[in-house]
Design a protein around this ligand. Structure first.
Ligand SMILES: Cc1cc2nc3c(=O)[nH]c(=O)nc-3n(C[C@H](O)[C@H](O)[C@H](O)COP(=O)(O)OP(=O)(O)OC[C@H]3O[C@@H](n4cnc5c(N)ncnc54)[C@H](O)[C@@H]3O)c2cc1C
Length: 452
């Protein structure tokens, strides 16, 4: 097929935007980044996805695959390449109501998914932000409000249809292309374009969500008391302890964000009993807990203007006293840095490490640092500003790549133990031997290179 024919095919099929088109500027922009791609394709079918991939391959252009456009590294756009924007492939379809089996388009956003499942009293544990995409969040793992109750988003995934680098439509599940299915659950967007995901939704009634703010007296004591409470908490309760730095107009602060997702129809007293210990961690200055539909819990997020958020994270098997002290030092550093410590365990921890490409199932907590620096600070100046983070980072045995604001060989090595990485590289070689899908936390096809 000639380049001219491919151009015709893509023009007649997928909606295509090029520089100068009315919607192009919006289409070139993602959360926190702006690119200047040669073309943005908005396919509506697997065939149109395959045509867009073929276009990128034939023209030897970088290919971005975009779902919700919230990649923290701006991978959903590029300069000079092709963007495959899956926004038109966002349907949520019930395949089997008895099994709560739902098919979700690869370009759907989590707020819309929660709204579509709500009338059935179903939900899917995913992120906490409406506009984050099902594609990127799921392929990286997906840590949300019900992680201790229902695990990661991938733990509820039973199948996916993928357009591979050579344009084939492949179904991946426990029985079909099981190696690919394993890799999709944590290996990111390395293996093809997922046109839809099949999930088993959970029965979700009302959830109890809230926020408890404490007088910031002794962050180490607060962290250790929170650890004690969460180790005894039922897995219906997930929570995140947040330490906010001093910002113009607001003093440093400490708070716990919580979500209790019990059995539908369970008495409120069960939620109250689970939440009560979090009200006793320190001097409470403000507390609000409300019963809400799960679909109403997700919120939208906006990138703060003029600020660059530099994200780093670790998965730690234990929230030790040493780690709590390192977190407190980071919080006090001039950064300024916000630190969020998410509780894990429960259903998250019951999945064997080798069952999915997300391997760090023994983690007690995910510690996320968001360093807030002026947008114009060059990269070379950012790294020294992260020095206080290094004291925290040494306590990690893993990294969650979806929150990681850097993409280095060390990040890949932290995310994937050697055996996991070797298996991912072998799957990559089978489904994308020429590394067409490289704008991501990139796994080199086996035989071409390895993580150092
Ligand atoms: C404000 C904000 C809140 C967040 N909250 C959470 C949270 O609560 N929990 C959590 O776990 N993570 C969270 N994240 C991190 C989030 O999971 C990642 O940033 C994720 O990559 C975003 O997915 P996306 O589809 O929106 O992004 P995109 O930029 O569209 O995609 C990210 C990458 O995923 C791949 N990809 C996306 N869709 C497909 C597809 N259909 N087929 C193949 N590859 C694909 C591509 O490699 C792409 O570069 C948050 C991020 C932000 C910015």
């Amino acid at each position: 097929m000639s380049l001219h024919e491919i151009d015709l095919q893509i023009d007649q099929g997928a909606e295509v935007l090029r520089p100068g088109d009315e919607e192009y500027d919006d289409a070139a922009r993602v959360f926190g980044a702006t690119g200047r791609p040669a073309l943005v394709a908005r396919p509506r079918s697997p065939d149109e996805v395959a045509a867009a991939v073929a276009y990128g391959v034939r023209h030897e252009m970088p290919v971005s695959v975009r779902s919700g456009g919230h990649s923290v590294l701006g991978h959903g756009t590029n300069t000079g390449g092709v963007v495959i924007d899956l926004a038109r492939m966002d349907a949520v379809e019930v395949l089997d109501a008895d099994r709560r089996l739902v098919r979700v388009g690869g370009g759907a956003q989590w707020g819309a998914v929660a709204a579509a499942l709500d009338p059935h009293d179903w939900g899917l544990t995913a992120g906490d932000t409406t506009s984050v995409g099902v594609g990127g969040l799921t392929l990286g793992g997906g840590i949300g409000w019900m992680v201790r109750r229902h695990g990661l988003a991938i733990d509820n995934l039973v199948g996916a249809r993928v357009v591979s680098a050579d344009g084939r439509l492949v179904t991946a599940s426990a029985t079909e292309h099981p190696d690919l299915f394993w890799a999709l659950r944590g290996g990111g967007g390395n293996f093809g374009v997922v046109v839809d995901f099949d999930f088993v939704a959970q029965q979700v009634g009302n959830v109890h969500v809230g926020r408890v703010a404490y007088l910031l007296e002794d962050p180490v004591d607060l962290l250790l008391r929170w650890r004690y409470a969460m180790r005894r908490a039922p897995e219906e309760l997930s929570s995140t302890l947040v330490l906010m730095p001093e910002l113009p107009g607001s003093p440093p602060a400490a708070m716990v964000l919580l979500c209790y997702a019990g059995e539908p129809g369970a008495p409120v007293s069960e939620a109250d009993a689970a939440i009560e210990p979090l009200l006793e961690l320190g001097t409470v200055v403000e507390a609000s807990v409300a019963e809400r539909r799960y679909a109403d819990v997700l919120e939208d997020a906006h990138h703060p203007p003029g600020i660059r958020m530099v994200g780093r994270n670790i998965l730690a098997p234990t929230l030790s006293t040493d780690l709590a002290e390192a977190i407190a030092r980071l919080h006090r550093s001039p950064g300024p840095a916000a630190v969020a410590v998410r509780s894990l365990g429960g259903a998250f921890g019951r999945v064997p490490a080798e069952a999915t490409a997300f391997a760090h199932r023994d983690a007690e907590v995910l510690v996320v640092c968001g360093l807030m620096v002026p947008a114009d600070v060059p990269d070379a100046e950012v790294e020294p500003m992260l020095a206080p983070w290094q004291d925290v980072a040494v306590h990690g045995t893993g990294t969650y790549l979806n929150f990681q604001g850097s993409a280095t060989p060390a990040d890949l090595a932290a995310a994937y133990p050697p055996a996991t990485y070797a298996r991912l590289a072998a799957v990559k070689a089978a489904y994308d031997p020429d590394n067409v899908f490289a704008l991501n936390h990139n796994i080199e096809p086996a035989g071409r290179g390895a993580v150092s």
